[in-house]
Design a protein around this ligand. Structure first.
Ligand code: ADP
Length: 397
């Protein structure tokens, strides 16, 4: 079961949303509805799921409905139509009291403008959620101090927000959101106000924290690079409607529509995509076959190449010709002895890192996992195909 599920969520702002909703269902656009009724469409028929433990990025231009969407997840906004389920429970049916408890226990929020209390120290800001929860002072300050240290601000506990840089203030915002140990962290353009260098440090820190904490993070951004860097999956909104949900690789390789295609057109794919998402399965694995067996297997599966692996790991590649020659050879070498060593690469390498090896090798290079196993193969042709933008690929076909 997903942790958060939005089912056919539509939000129409302004009075008498029902008539606008009826027009939308009859096919009217966001602009039509605004012109005819003065209602703004925040979201239209959005259905998606957020899985436990993932960083789910919501991306789109300004006004596309990103904030409106995540404010449904803690019911800061009620939908005009549709349902929001958290842990399988419809949060629209919570009483006000239950809703307060839900927000306090389950969710934490980090805002673009930090939203810190100026007259409270760093420690008091971070401890705020625990204070609201009624925890005793020494207990909450102890926990808060741990979070302050976790985000790298030990020593700044007694400073006030105005004494800190933007990046440091946002770390306080992050520590404050994490201090109540929420399952869901909602981050609304949390890094967008920061300078590029600080921003990229904060992205690194979030990735590193997430590897340890395994929260469910819903992260809003209008920045595609940030989305690709942080997102396990990315949802792309346009004018309140969902264009696509997918992994960074799916979005780059199979954009769902012209809008997404235009968005991803200028992305440096070689830097973003990793070997494991584009590699192919090995045509044939050879372990301890004789030359004749290897040749027979190769013929029966129609492969021209076999990848030789033994107990010590990957040994190299054999071709049909090499097998035929070896069979005719009186010395009767083993398959392993005639294997030609090729470069190998790791599955986590970027295509940019993998490219030199694939170009230098006469055969597709072996992709070897950390346990020494053969996970796949990658050819220079495959890399070339992937790095060609979809519109050029379409033109070439
Ligand atoms: P984003 O976060 O992608 O910039 P928003 O979710 O803030 O987009 O806004 C989506 C649309 O809803 C925009 O057209 C915006 O003007 C409108 N909107 C957002 N909040 C309100 C509101 N409280 N009242 C009226 N319109 C709103």
């Amino acid at each position: 079961m997903p942790l958060i599920e939005a089912r056919h969520v539509t939000k129409v702002f302004g009075p008498r949303p029902e008539q606008a909703l009826a027009r939308l269902k009859a096919g009217a656009s966001k602009d039509d509805v605004l012109a005819e009724y003065g209602n703004t469409v925040g979201l239209y028929d959005v259905s998606l799921s957020v899985e436990r433990g993932e960083i789910f990025v919501v991306m789109g231009l300004s006004g596309s409905g990103k904030s409106t969407l995540i404010r449904h997840f803690n019911r800061l906004i009620d939908p005009t139509e549709g349902e929001i389920l958290v842990d399988g429970e419809n949060i629209l049916s919570l009483s006000i009291r239950e809703l307060e408890g839900f927000r306090r226990r389950k969710t934490g929020m980090v805002f673009q403008r930090f939203g810190l209390f100026p007259h409270r120290t760093v420690l008091q800001n971070v401890a705020y959620g625990l204070e609201v929860r009624g925890e005793g002072r020494s207990e909450r300050e102890k926990k808060a101090a741990e979070w302050v240290a976790t985000v790298g601000l030990a020593g700044y506990e007694d400073q006030y927000p105005s004494q800190l840089s933007g990046g440091m203030q946002q770390r306080v915002g992050l520590a404050r959101a994490l201090c109540t140990d929420p399952e869901i962290l909602l981050m609304d353009e949390a890094f967008s106000a920061l300078d590029p260098l600080i921003r990229s440090q904060m992205q690194d820190q979030l990735i590193e924290l997430q590897a340890r904490l395994k929260k469910t993070i819903v992260f809003i951004t209008h920045d595609l690079d940030e989305a690709l860097r942080l997102g396990d999956r990315i949802a792309i909104l346009k004018d309140g409607a969902l264009s696509q949900v997918g992994t960074p690789a799916e979005i780059l390789l199979n954009p769902a529509d012209a809008y997404v295609r235009a968005f991803v057109k200028d992305v440096n794919r070689a830097r973003v995509l990793t070997v494991d998402v584009v590699m192919k399965p090995p045509p044939l694995r050879l372990t301890d076959e004789t030359l004749e067996q290897a040749l027979a297997e190769m013929q029966s599966c129609g492969a021209d190449l076999g990848y030789v692996i033994n107990a010590h790991g990957y040994r190299g590649v054999v071709t049909r010709d090499a097998l035929n020659d070896a069979i005719a050879n009186d010395d009767k070498p083993t398959v392993e002895q005639i294997a030609v060593t090729t470069p190998s690469i790791g599955p986590e390498a970027s295509l940019a890192e993998a490219l030199p090896a694939t170009l230098a090798s006469a055969y597709p290079v072996a992709v070897i996992g950390s346990d020494g196993g053969l996970e796949g193969i990658l050819s220079a042709d495959r890399v070339g195909e992937i790095l060609t933008p979809p519109e050029e690929r379409a033109a070439a076909e």
